[in-house]
Design a protein around this ligand. Structure first.
Ligand code: PHE
Length: 339
């Protein structure tokens, strides 16, 4: 008899469930009016005297254990929050989540970064709100220099020394001030110019500028680097460099890539010439190196700068630059499959 009780003790201790019904069935089985415990208590009078004590203790132990078990299981079930009214059937398949798309500017920017990273360029960034020194003066554009008019500038009204950067050349100045050659860095970022907004120009746009400084860097290095770049980005290796002027480079050039004249779009995009202008470049003016703490007797370098927006328009045949900043989902979602 005592052995039967002990078996029940083991069973009670091991009992586990997370259903209310099973707890109730368990309670009735042991503690109910017609439950096992009452049966055992009724049996008590038949137990021989010398076993009564042990039997009584065991039966009480079983009773306490069963009662405690019912209480703890009930409590655990009550504390469990019931989610079903809020979420309904949790096994139902979920709503499909709309996949986002990268912005075409980001796509093109990443492509450019990736191409230059393959030939050892790192990425540098700087502030969009700049001071006069980093945006102009250090770049060989002292105050009242007429070339400042090449880039219509937004100044902060209360402080003419503070402005919205007009190009990311300012980042290169900062980079040169803090790093010694060899330098190979590209600086992507947003720039601002006080220009009327139209299909072709905007008061803010994005640039990637590049800077390469080391001993004995030549114009041939510049040309070769740009040719590698245009081949990788556009799949076009024919480029030409036309003489130009930038205050921070000497000599300076404008870079055209030969796009071709195969389709009507080619004619329209290149205005019938087959050539597309894509960037400015040149050999860094020694004054700029000296301004930034780099010895121009020992080092030389080249720099280039291009507009990401313009390249995105070309690559994706977008006709209006304003589309890039209007956040129209119908436009943006078309880039889902690109990179
Ligand atoms: N900073 C020039 C611009 O914004 C581009 C450029 C960069 C030209 C480097 C030459 C060398 O127009």
């Amino acid at each position: 008899m005592i052995d039967t009780l002990k078996k029940h003790i083991v069973e009670v201790e091991a009992f586990k469930t997370d259903s209310k019904e099973a707890v109730e069935a368990f309670r009735i089985k042991y503690l109910g009016k017609k439950g096992l415990l009452n049966d055992f208590f009724a049996e008590f009078k038949n137990v021989p005297n010398d076993q009564k004590k042990e039997f009584g203790q065991t039966i009480n132990e079983l009773k306490t254990l069963a009662a405690e078990k019912v209480n703890t299981l009930k409590e655990a079930l009550e504390n469990e929050t019931d989610f079903s009214p809020i979420y309904g059937d949790l096994t139902r398949p979920g709503e499909p989540i709309e996949l986002g798309a990268r912005h075409p500017i980001s796509i093109v920017k990443n492509q450019i970064i990736e191409i230059f990273s393959r030939i050892g360029f790192n990425v540098s960034e700087g502030p969009e709100i700049e001071d006069d020194w980093h945006n102009f003066t250090a770049l060989n554009l002292p105050e009242h220099h007429p070339a400042r008019d090449m880039q219509d500038t937004f100044f902060v009204q209360t402080d003419p020394d503070i402005l919205l950067r007009t190009h990311t050349s300012s980042v290169q100045v900062r980079y040169m001030e803090n790093n010694q050659p060899p330098i190979r860095t590209i600086s992507p970022g947003r720039v601002y110019r006080n220009e009327a907004i139209s299909a072709r120009s905007h008061c803010f746009f994005h640039q990637v500028e590049g800077l390469y400084i080391d001993k004995e860097v030549s114009f041939a290095d510049l040309k070769q680097t740009l040719q590698f770049f245009t081949t990788e980005l556009f799949g076009k290796s024919k480029i030409r460099l036309r003489p130009s002027y930038f205050p921070f480079t000497e000599p300076s050039a404008e870079v055209d890539v030969y796009w071709g004249l195969e389709t009507e779009t080619d004619y329209r995009m290149t205005k019938g010439t087959g050539w597309l202008e894509i960037m400015g470049c040149g050999m860094v003016d020694p004054n700029v190196l000296d301004n930034c703490g780099i010895d121009s007797e020992t080092y030389s370098g080249f720099a280039f700068g291009m507009g990401i927006d313009r390249i995105a328009l070309l690559l994706h045949q977008i006709s209006d630059i304003r589309l890039l900043s209007e956040n129209d989902v119908r436009f943006l979602e078309q880039f889902r499959s690109a990179l």
